[in-house]
Design a protein around this ligand. Structure first.
Ligand code: SAH
Length: 468
């Protein structure tokens, strides 16, 4: 039996979606961070559990052909990236397999994604960074959480972020140190600054800088504003968010504009969008555009179609289809995002779209006798749909449901419910919105089995794997 600190030589035979290499020692499964299928490695046992264990890479004896050079110093201790050590094509293979696996194991569907579309950019593709703060002696540092913990690994320049963010991070650090403003410590409750949050429009160049603080006023705020504006003249919005809660949620609803506008603008597929600090916006503009085009293709709206866009954020998906449809109704729980969506419709000259603030399932229920959507778009957070939302959507009996999901496990579960209510998966494709991380996005086109006008018709329950 293996013990902690034992060293052994292993062959890595597989990789997990969390970026661990998998090997076996006399049938005992060991996960090794930063290893790739095909590696021969010397490892040291760090954790020995009953059915499996974790090892640490000590020495690479033979390198896998799937490996590539890792250029990030924070990898693999930083919890952000998991696939920096392997070639991008292999990362896409792994992601495609994850989607197929979840649709089979959780949904009971025997199908593979039609396509696994890579991101046009695999470095510096993000438009948003959220750096937790940590105090190191007299200096504040910003970085990212280590894998599975809240320990901050300082990092001014993350390779997933635009290069323009690094001087901004340095500027905020200098301002804090000069004014003796310290990082907040979750454990002791001492200190002020919780996070630095930077967002930009890739196409417009506009930048928002938001400092998340436990106090509602900072020393010499004007010094922060003037040094930021000197650092980058594309900074259009500087915001102080005051978060006094004992929570993991980064932003509170309580924020104040220190300089400029309350929003920045970004363009997607030719439309312009206002984005406020609290509004969700897709972090990879390049892949988001491809996903929206695919969503439109699966929905294939005509001038007769009423589109219900649930979880609509700033209105992006519905607005990108509005011109081809009769009417768009968007539903979103964050009021600031709804306010953005209303203005976004107006700024893009779209007059057949309307937006409602509230929970997707609750509003869908309210709308039951008011609109008859022929197409429902669903783009929920990672947790997927709740039971009520599934029920309300089925009750509305749309001929098409197009789901966009950042979690193929919950998407597979929700598609199973739709399949049991008379819908068939016509299309499934996967997109890489988050290169180098373990996440993958899916777009699913579900079509009602026929054009019956009543959802009350019952269909036989699908047998497992009886679905193509
Ligand atoms: N479709 C948008 C946003 C997708 S992200 C886009 O592509 O940009 C998911 C959105 O769902 C977020 O804006 C989040 O605020 C919203 N949301 C979360 N829970 C919700 C709920 N119960 N009802 C409605 N919207 C919700």
């Amino acid at each position: 039996m293996l013990k902690k600190n034992d060293t052994l030589i292993v062959d890595i035979t597989d990789m997990t979606s969390e970026g661990y290499g998998v090997c076996r020692h006399e049938n005992y499964v060991i996960f090794v961070l930063g290893c790739a299928t095909g590696d021969k490695a010397e490892i040291k046992m760090m954790k020995v559990l009953k059915n499996f264990g974790y090892g640490k890479l000590i020495n690479l004896i033979q390198q896998s052909e799937l490996r590539t050079e890792n250029k990030c110093k924070a990898f693999p201790s930083c919890g952000g990236c998991v696939f920096r050590h392997i070639k991008y094509e292999e990362e896409l293979n792994i992601k495609k397999n994850i989607v197929a696996h979840n649709f089979k194991a959780i949904g009971g569907f025997d199908l593979e994604p039609e396509e696994m579309v890579g991101s046009p950019l695999i470095e510096r593709y993000r438009n948003k960074a959220e750096y937790p703060a940590v105090q190191v002696g007299e200096n504040i540092q910003f970085g990212f959480y280590a894998r599975g913990s809240h320990r901050v690994i300082p990092c001014d320049d993350c390779l997933l972020q635009p290069a323009s963010f690094e001087p901004i991070v340095k500027c905020v650090k200098d301002y804090c140190d000069n004014n003796k403003i310290r990082a907040y410590n979750e454990e002791t409750g001492i200190g002020t600054i919780r996070h630095l949050y930077i967002r930009c429009g890739i196409e417009t160049g506009e930048i928002m800088v938001c400092l998340v603080s436990r106090k509602d006023k900072l020393r010499n705020e004007q010094e922060l504003v003037s040094s930021l504006l000197k650092t980058n003249n594309k900074i259009q919005s500087i915001v102080l968010d005051v978060n006094t809660d004992n929570t993991n949620v980064i932003l509170s609803e309580n924020y104040r504009v220190l300089s400029g506008k309350e929003f920045i603008q970004e363009k997607l597929n030719g439309l312009t969008f206002n984005i406020s600090p609290l509004s969700f916006f897709q972090v990879n503009k390049y892949t988001a555009e491809l996903i929206y085009s695919k969503t439109c293709e699966y929905a294939s709206p005509t001038k007769d179609d009423v589109i219900l866009d649930l979880y609509c954020g700033t209105g992006t998906i519905g607005l990108s289809m509005a011109e081809s449809a009769k009417e768009v109704v968007g539903v979103e729980i964050i009021q600031d995002a709804v306010d953005n969506a209303v203005i976004n419709a107006k700024n893009n000259g779209i007059s057949n779209a309307e937006f409602i603030c509230g929970d997707a399932g609750v509003i869908a229920n309210d709308l039951e006798n008011k609109i008859k959507p022929s197409v429902v778009i669903l783009d929920p957070p990672r947790a997927g749909l709740d039971e009520n939302t599934v029920k309300q959507v089925v009750k509305m009996n749309p001929k098409k449901i197009v789901m966009v999901s950042c979690n193929s496990a919950t998407a597979a579960r929700d598609c199973k419910s739709f399949a049991e209510s008379g819908y068939t998966i016509e299309h499934l494709s996967a997109f890489d919105m988050f290169p180098r991380t373990g996440h993958v996005e899916t777009v699913i086109g579900l079509y009602r089995k026929d054009n019956l006008s009543s959802a009350k018709v019952t269909y036989p329950k699908l047998a497992k794997n009886d679905h193509h």
